[in-house]
Design a protein around this ligand. Structure first.
Ligand code: KG4
Ligand code: ZN
Length: 320
């Protein structure tokens, strides 16, 4: 089964062709980072217009690269949420047009599940496993009992981990997107320089808003005389310690042996290192370009978790 995947949930326009959920045939992506950098974050209306300009040439390009045509594919898959409604609708409209014109099934894909499915591409991963999904909008520990049967064990009660990275980066004047900038600075800093509090939330849930406030207070107290690498390393240490500890607890309590990392924050070097050091568990984490938003994961998710839907399907901004 060959799927065309389309992703426009935030600030990356992406298309890909993937066979049977694991075999990448071709992929193209246009990032809008340079567009939104000047605003310090994603401006939804600007993002939607950029998607509109990028989407058709990208679709042509993935078919050219793979040497295939619409006649060769089995279904059109598209992210329908969660994400920015205005941007989601650009991809979804394109997907609907193609599905209708070429009489192909339309498969709706959930963005969070798609992040997890990035780990199926080019690997032998099979459930059951515990997934840590860490992105700009979500932070969840999930138990995948099977490809489609999963349970959310815990999640953030306030900010997502990526959001915390972005907010701290803004506070320190490191620009957008903040995660990669904090990651780079932290590599030069001392993670024990400042003792930042970890919220004591029971179970598998998280809270990061207190940490962000603690960093803000620290920056005020240091008033200019501060080491940005040390602050970044200390902040990153606090976030990643919680993510790592709770995920390991879930794997151990469920008696499982596989851990899957997913989402933009899974690109973080320190977070990857923490899990890579674990023995006795098999770790799956996407390559860096598959951690952040892309369409390869959407085409893969269509195979493993997607549902054929009527052309009247809508988009949703929040998880359900
Ligand atoms: O999955 P993603 O591309 O989009 C969403 O679905 O939100 O994740 C984007 C998030 C942003 O908050 C970005 O700052 C963060 O992932 N991120 C990182 C790194 N690379 C991206 N956070 C920490 N370290 C990184 N290396
Ligand atoms: Zn994402």
């Amino acid at each position: 089964m060959i799927y065309l995947g389309i992703e426009t949930s935030c600030d990356e326009t992406a298309c890909a062709l993937v066979e049977d959920g694991r075999n990448l045939l071709s992929a193209k992506l246009v990032s809008q980072i340079d567009v939104h950098q000047q605003f310090g974050g994603v401006v939804p209306e600007v993002a939607a217009r950029r998607h509109l300009e990028a989407i058709n040439p990208l679709i042509d390009a993935v078919f050219d690269e793979a040497g295939l045509t619409m006649a060769d594919i089995d279904a059109v898959a598209c992210t329908v949420g969660p994400g920015l409604i205005g941007t989601l609708l650009v991809g979804l409209s394109a997907a609907k047009c193609l599905a209708w014109s070429y009489d192909k099934p339309l498969i709706s894909v959930d963005h969070i599940l798609a992040h997890v499915c990035a780990n199926y591409v080019g690997t032998d991963l099979e459930p059951p496993f515990v997934a840590l999904v860490v992105s700009g909008g979500h932070t969840q520990i999930m138990h995948f009992k099977n490809y489609q049967d999963y349970e959310i064990l815990g999640q953030t009660l306030d900010d997502a981990s990526g959001e915390a990275y972005d907010k701290v980066a803004r506070l320190l004047g490191l620009g957008y997107p903040g995660g990669p900038a904090v990651d780079r600075q932290a590599a030069m800093g001392n993670p024990s320089a400042f003792a930042l509090p970890e919220a004591s939330i029971p179970g598998y849930d998280f809270s990061f808003s207190g940490l962000k406030t603690a960093v803000s207070r620290l920056v005020d107290n240091l008033s200019g005389d501060m080491s940005i690498p040390d602050i970044c390393a200390s902040f990153q240490n606090a976030v990643n310690r919680a993510l790592h500890r709770k995920t390991m607890a879930a794997v151990s309590n469920l008696g499982l042996q596989k851990i899957v990392l997913a989402g933009g924050v899974a690109a973080n070097r320190d977070l990857r290192d923490r899990f890579e050091r674990e023995v006795g568990v098999k770790l799956y984490r996407p390559t860096l370009d598959l951690c952040t938003d892309n369409a390869i994961m959407v085409a893969s998710a269509a195979h493993f978790t997607g549902q054929a839907v009527p052309l009247s399907v809508g988009a949703y901004s929040r998880q359900h």
